[in-house]
Design a protein around this ligand. Sequence first.
Ligand SMILES: C[S@@+](CC[C@H](N)C(=O)[O-])C[C@H]1O[C@@H](n2cnc3c(N)ncnc32)[C@H](O)[C@@H]1O
Length: 222
Amino acid sequence: MDRNDPSYKGQRGYNRFLLAIYDPWVLGFMTRAVWKVPVPPGIERYRRLMGRRHLDVGPGTGYFLEKAAPSDGTEITLLDPNPNVLRKTSRRLAAMHPITVEADVMKPLPVEGPFDSAALNYVLHCLPGPQSNKAVAIRNIADVLTPDGVLFGGTVLGLEERHRPQARAFLRAANLAGDFDNLGDTAEGLRGILEESFETVEVEVVGSAADFTARSPRPASP
Ligand SMILES: C[S@@+](CC[C@H](N)C(=O)[O-])C[C@H]1O[C@@H](n2cnc3c(N)ncnc32)[C@H](O)[C@@H]1O
């Protein structure tokens, strides 16, 4: 991680302490009670959309991958700029023999593709805004997918969307601290940046977040 990089604030928080409490605090409490996003459908979607060669960008603790239980023979690559994340996740998922790549999704990805699928789950709201700036991350993933590859995930939306009061308060605090940079992120804006790089895009608002699926990457512009 590079302290001077614009993406640094969204990556730096994942230290050993946060990773130790992440599953009960973020997935057990925040996601369900504050964002109002149920977790089991996210696991089911992960299981359904994951292909044989799969890239997880920003795996956190590896919770979704573990619960989605990929079939034998699935090749998993974990990409994250934060070495704590890669250490924790590769340990947890050791039985899957994942490849780990220390890299920032805002830069061209140094990976051995192409991949059949990629997850970008709850990462976009951590990336440096405005939302149009995050199109770079989507493009970088599209560039390492097969022609019929799929990108899927979810992201917390900004203040223009509907939220419970607790969610608004948390959004403001997380943006002030720099862990999130998403105050201006909208579901329509998300659709826009996905459509820049993919032919077929689905976006569904669930609670304070949007789930997305994007298929068939467009060729990179010359
Ligand atoms: C909120 S966690 C999401 C974890 C997991 N995907 C989940 O859904 O539980 C955000 C993850 O994105 C990673 N991340 C933050 N900035 C990133 C960047 N610029 N490139 C790649 N990953 C990034 C963090 O290190 C962390 O692993």
